[in-house]
Design a protein around this ligand. Sequence first.
Ligand SMILES: [Fe+2]
Ligand SMILES: [Fe+2]
Length: 137
Amino acid sequence: MVELTPSFKVGNDRIDDDHRHLLDIINHIVETLDAPEPADCASMVSDFVALAKTHFEREEAFMKTVDYPDMAELHDQHQALYDKLDTMVHLSTNARDNKLARESLRREMVYFLMDDVINEDLNFKQFLADKGLVRDA
Ligand SMILES: [Fe+2]
Ligand SMILES: [Fe+2]
């Protein structure tokens, strides 16, 4: 079970709500993958992919409104994660019957959120704080 601890919050409700929602889906999928009789998770993964894409768009749109100076980098990092979303969809179609696919999917999903939230979004946390745009900095 992965949790969104306070240090991983960026301080913007909309973005943090998205991250929490993504995390909930990841935990749900991981539970399914770890069950003694794994069920099909392809539709959950496809919901996750849709939400992740919407999240990237929302995050970029918001950061643009606050004149974030590293928009190109933010966009590039999201583009790199798009490839991983495709990999997840592919793995999810084999996950129920294939242990290796389940293990790879599990790893991809957990790392995905770390890549977005920890390696990338925390870069703009300080920027938002400096602009006085966070709830509880
Ligand atoms: Fe991001
Ligand atoms: Fe994000």
